[in-house]
Design a protein around this ligand. Structure first.
Ligand code: 9MR
Length: 590
């Protein structure tokens, strides 16, 4: 109880601080990740400038300018683009990017000098035009020819760009996915030069530009199945005095994996070797999950990156918006196809709060609409008197309150007297109310469920009932006989309830986190009570198949809440209910 009071006091104090700077939110300015992360690391993005790819430098320019402090050419600095034929260089598109970066005070990561892919054949042909790596016998002359080309490419490219490129992926993706080999055996570089090509490349790069930061870049470099081989390679290079400064962890991930702890183990490993770390190609595919789940995943990842920001100095996304991503079908980026910020973007804006709270602080937490459904006004969290709303309350006939928020109207101008609470979407008669309202407050209700670890009582499977409120998405309460089933939580004091969430069978490890399933609870309600005896429905869900339900309710005061399940699945013959979490959100009520 005491903790709750303290929390509420802290919340109110923060709230008052925020409210002094609130304004009408309609004209919101998109926050800039570059600014938000400037004390942690560069925020980068892969940009396409190559003539055969959609040019995001043009089509996504506003976002690139607004969000990034680092850019990487998605294709235009790869060997096939820069030197399509021996001695014929094409720097034009890359130079455009460099010019753009200079104009905007951004750094440039160079990607990539040596790779098995996107490298033209001529690098590997002997003087008779035969592919050297296909020959039965590779002569010393063949090897020397390839080494010369490798070195000449590095020299020409790095000399051309000079200090305009601050870090280079010198070698890309050389390590094998197969435990039988350290290095990928199918790479033409490896087939001709063996292990040597990596050392030769780094030494040459350092010779050409001793100030450039030189990186080894790879996918899955953080993952347990592969990182042992990457570490072995890097150790070898370091022990031999090869100039290498950092590891590029690409970060082509998904909502389902790899786990944050696996990534953290990888990051720690490289940080402990004294290497600088760049996350070079971050994108997080949906894996069939919801945008909210993708947001939560991005939030966790950026929290992790901040924790290791002593070693991580650049976090580059592999693109800007989902319409121009190499994994476009999996919508892996922070902006959607129409270039609007996604929940994932808002999650990254401040990793200490849920995405929807960050969003509401910028775009508005309450939208006031008229009879035609047009927005009359919108307000950020804060306190207001009716006189300084900037719009006419009488025109309003509908309220839309952002998830997790509560708007309270007060009779008098100093937030006192009779009160009216609203959450979610509600009808609101501005014409009737305008005369009765003096002030209003818009609050964020809190990130923590008020059922968390509170005492529970269940109709069945009592010994496991606490698992529905333990905050652990893996464990569950799972009664199997004689529905209806119910689970009561004693909140310990009265709360004003605004929202409830259920995480059902489909969210669990056995179901692999799917969106919908007939095995999810079908008919159930949130019941509330002041005394634990008289109950009524605060909200009811019917014919549900969703794995997660997340619902705003008309604010209601209660000391006890109950999840009441009348149909445990959509299948008549199946009575098995699985509830991983039963969450309720609200503010302590006096
Ligand atoms: O995003 C790049 C895509 O436009 C190219 O068609 C592709 C060709 O290989 O390369 C993509 O970028 C890759 C990067 O250079 C290295 N790591 C994996 C990236 C995604 O495939």
């Amino acid at each position: 109880m005491r903790t709750t009071r303290v929390l509420v006091a802290t919340f109110l104090a923060l709230f008052l601080l925020v409210s002094s700077s609130v304004a009408l939110a309609e004209d919101y300015v998109l926050p800039s990740l570059r600014e938000i992360y400037k004390d942690y690391f560069h925020i980068g993005g892969a940009v396409s400038v190559a003539s055969w790819a959609p040019k995001t430098l043009v089509s996504h320019r506003d976002l690139i300018e607004g969000q990034l402090s680092s850019v990487t050419a998605e294709n235009a600095m790869k060997p096939d683009y820069l030197q399509p034929r021996e001695g014929v260089f094409n720097f034009r598109e890359a130079d455009n990017l460099i010019r753009f970066a200079k104009e905007h005070g951004m750094v440039v990561r160079g990607h990539t000098l040596v790779w098995h892919a996107q490298t033209p054949d001529w690098f590997f042909r002997d003087k008779d035009g035969k592919l050297i790596y296909e020959k039965d016998e590779i002569t010393e002359e063949d090897r020397q020819l390839v080494i010369d080309r490798l070195e000449r490419h590095i020299e020409a490219v790095m000399t051309h760009f000079g200090d305009s490129v601050y870090a280079w992926d010198v070698v890309n993706e050389a390590v094998s996915d197969d435990a039988a080999y350290i290095l990928r055996p199918d790479s033409p570089w490896y087939r001709i030069l063996g292990d040597d090509f990596i050392k030769i490349a780094f030494r040459k790069a350092h010779e050409v530009d001793p100030d450039a930061k030189l990186f080894y870049n790879d996918y899955n470099a953080e993952m347990a199945y592969k990182r042992g081989r990457v570490v072995a390679l890097l150790r070898d290079l370091i022990n031999e005095g090869v100039p290498i400064h950092g590891i590029g962890i690409q970060g082509h991930w998904g909502v389902n994996g790899p786990s944050v702890s696996e990534i953290e183990d990888g990051i720690r490993l490289y940080a402990d070797m004294g290497l600088e770390i760049h996350i070079t190609e971050l994108d997080v595919g949906m894996d069939g999950r919801t945008p909210e789940e993708q947001a939560e995943r991005y939030r966790e990842l950026f929290e992790l990156f901040k924790k290791y920001s002593y070693a991580i100095t650049n976090v580059t996304l592999w693109g800007i918006a989902d319409d121009a991503s190499w994994r476009s079908n999996d919508n892996p980026l922070l902006f959607d196809r129409t270039h609007k910020p996604k929940p994932a973007f808002w999650a990254v804006v401040d990793t200490s709060k849920p995405w929807h709270v960050n969003k509401a602080e910028y775009t508005g937490a309450v939208f006031f609409k008229n009879g035609a459904g047009e927005i009359v006004g919108s307000l950020r969290p804060g306190e207001y008197t009716v006189d300084d709303l900037g719009f006419d309350l009488e025109e309003v006939s509908r309220l839309e309150v952002a998830k997790g928020h509560l708007v309270t109207f007060y009779e008098s101008k100093d937030l006192s007297g009779e009160v009216w609470h609203f959450a979610g979407t509600s009808e609101f008669s501005g014409r009737e109310m305008a005369d009765r309202i003096g002030s209003l407050a818009i609050r964020y209700v809190g990130a923590e469920s008020i059922t968390l670890n509170k005492p529970v009582e269940a109709s069945a499977a009592q010994d496991r009932a606490h698992r529905a409120v333990d905050g652990n998405p893996i464990t569950s309460w799972s009664p199997r006989e004689n529905p209806p089933y119910w689970l009561t939580v004693d909140l310990g004091q009265r709360y004003l309830l605004t929202r409830w969430v259920t995480r059902l069978q489909g969210t669990g490890p056995l179901m692999g986190g799917i969106l919908n399933s007939p095995l999810n609870a079908a008919d159930f309600s949130l019941q509330v009570s002041e005394d634990g005896d008289d109950w009524f429905d605060a909200d009811a869900v019917t014919d549900n198949t969703a794995s997660i339900t997340d619902r705003d309710i008309n604010p209601v005061t209660a000391r006890y809440v109950r999840l009441y399940v009348s149909r445990p699945t959509s299948l008549d013959f199946n009575q098995n209910l699985v509830v991983h979490e039963f969450e309720v959100y609200g503010l302590p009520s006096e």
